[in-house]
Design a protein around this ligand. Structure first.
Ligand SMILES: Cc1cc2nc3c(=O)[nH]c(=O)nc-3n(C[C@H](O)[C@H](O)[C@H](O)COP(=O)(O)OP(=O)(O)OC[C@H]3O[C@@H](n4cnc5c(N)ncnc54)[C@H](O)[C@@H]3O)c2cc1C
Length: 455
């Protein structure tokens, strides 16, 4: 590989903080808000102009699997607060609390027809569909009210290392190359962007047939007469199937998801999958941006001509943020593996419970996944935590447990732990876990009972 030598230089220190969070997606929001609320001066660095990551910029507006098979809410805390704030603005659609866990066939059918994420194991589940635009505003409010100093349009490029301790982050923006010094750094980039430069071990193997192996360029079509489109699908299944085959043959997509929000009845979403060599390879990201738009036009042109209800439709939005499902994964103090997906015992350092709903009979046998704090901790570096889908997991765990509510929960635990550790004068790995647990519970995070015999 050809390289050049860069000159050493002095870099301006933009500010100093207790906690520096890189990435303002689900993980970063959880981390920054909880660190700041727990008394840490907190800086958040986000490469785009909006917060929310895939949940806003990626047009991934389904927040699923927050209740378990019995209808008990297992993911709450900051995630629930976000949804509650959206609810105030009528910017969320979700089954009512009394419906979670219900098996009534008519109710199940009703919600399944709206979006399949509402139904898991033939029961109504607490999943929510949110408004991406209102969400951007709500997340801004949440970080501002918490007192987080935010830099938007800023790429976190390199951790500042002293031996095996992280002391801050270099970031690049229109204002040039600057540094933020911090006592704890939280990588919430989704891709673990800081890991290679901090010398932290990671892996990135993903079998090609896994959901998470695919990039996406989601887009929305508006102006759809949804009643006519759905009538065609439901009443003329053979004609619809033939149309889907033809669209696929021409290189388009075969179907859409309905926006479930009351005021978005004329909008449909197209979520898609693009195989790739790597989800952090800039040439691959560029290729999918080009290929994705070509495929989108093929789909749209075909549907407008052939799909009843799409005659007056238009492409209203392509995702400003390319959809990344998985890339680098930390190899941390504890690596969650397939074996953990069969173990029903909590860890002694459990910081979150994730309903396990997507694996058929295996989910019935194993209704909840327990998440230890150690899977956010690098093995060989101090003062840096990972709070995003790059948490320490094998490809099997990553396939099912890297969703938006999961990442908010990682963030809430990492941010809270960082603030408590700094108050105690220790590194985050050495935080008193009983204190962390008590604080998370106070913040509304459901955690398992502490019992003897935990892992
Ligand atoms: C098409 C698709 C469909 C999906 N469907 C669902 C679904 O229905 N429900 C669900 O819950 N999940 C779904 N997922 C998965 C989910 O969206 C992600 O796993 C989740 O958003 C990960 O959260 P995160 O905080 O780790 O990363 P992200 O959401 O990617 O957020 C990372 C943030 O960090 C910023 N960032 C990245 N690098 C840097 C840097 N170097 N410097 C500064 N900022 C940076 C990004 O701009 C972004 O704001 C889907 C994903 C895709 C792509």
């Amino acid at each position: 590989m050809k390289t050049i030598k860069e000159a050493t230089r002095d870099t301006r220190v933009a500010c100093e903080a207790d906690v520096v969070v890189v990435g303002g997606g689900p993980g970063g929001i959880g981390a920054a808000v909880s660190a700041a609320r727990n008394g840490a001066s907190t800086v958040l660095i986000e490469r785009y102009g909006v917060l929310g990551g895939m949940g806003t910029g990626g047009l991934v507006t389904i927040i699923p699997n927050m209740s378990d098979i019995n209808g008990k809410q297992q993911i709450a805390g900051i995630c629930e607060e976000w949804i509650e704030r959206l609810r105030v603005r009528d910017a969320v659609a979700a089954p009512k609390k009394e419906e979670w866990g219900v098996t009534d066939k008519e109710l199940v059918k009703y919600y399944f027809n709206r979006i399949f994420f509402y139904i898991r194991q033939d029961r109504v589940c607490y999943s929510a569909v949110i408004d991406a635009e209102i969400s951007k505003c709500v997340l801004n409010d949440m970080v501002q009210e918490a007192g987080v100093k935010t830099y938007l349009h800023s790429w976190g490029t390199e951790p500042i290392m002293e031996g095996n301790e992280c002391r801050g982050v270099i970031f690049e923006s229109k204002s040039g190359r600057q540094a933020v010094l911090g006592k704890v750094v939280i990588d919430a980039t989704g891709d673990g962007d800081l890991l290679p430069y901090a010398g932290i071990e990671f892996e990135d193997n993903i079998p090609a047939n896994f959901r998470i192996a695919n990039l996406a360029l989601c887009f929305w079509i508006a102006g759809v007469d949804l009643r006519r489109a759905e009538d065609f699908k439901n009443n003329q299944p053979d004609a619809f199937a033939a149309m889907q085959r033809e669209c696929l043959k021409l290189g388009g997509f075969p179907g859409y998801l309905k926006s479930c929000l009351n005021n978005q009845e004329s909008v449909v979403w197209i979520h898609n999958r693009y195989p790739n060599k790597s989800q952090v390879d800039v040439e691959e990201l560029t290729r999918i941006e080009f290929e994705g738009r070509k495929k989108m036009l093929k789909t749209y042109d075909f549907w407008k001509k052939n799909f009843p209800g799409f005659e007056k439709s238009f492409i209203v939005l392509t995702a400003p943020q390319l959809g990344t499902r998985s890339s680098r994964r930390l190899i941390g103090e504890y690596k969650l593996t397939k074996a953990d997906m069969a173990n029903n015992e909590p860890f002694e350092d459990t910081i979150a419970i994730f309903p396990d709903l997507d694996r058929g009979q295996e989910s019935v046998d194993h209704p909840n996944m327990f998440i230890p704090f150690r899977c956010l901790q690098p093995r060989n570096v101090d003062n840096l935590l990972v709070a995003c889908r790059a948490f320490s997991s094998d490809e099997h765990v990553q396939e099912f447990f890297n969703l938006i509510p999961h990442c908010i929960a990682f963030g809430e635990a990492a941010g809270t732990a960082s603030a408590l550790a700094l108050q105690a004068g220790v590194s985050p790995k050495k935080v008193n876990f009983a204190d962390l647990r008590a604080r998370l519970i106070k913040q509304g995070v459901p955690l398992p009972d502490v019992r003897a015999g935990v892992r």
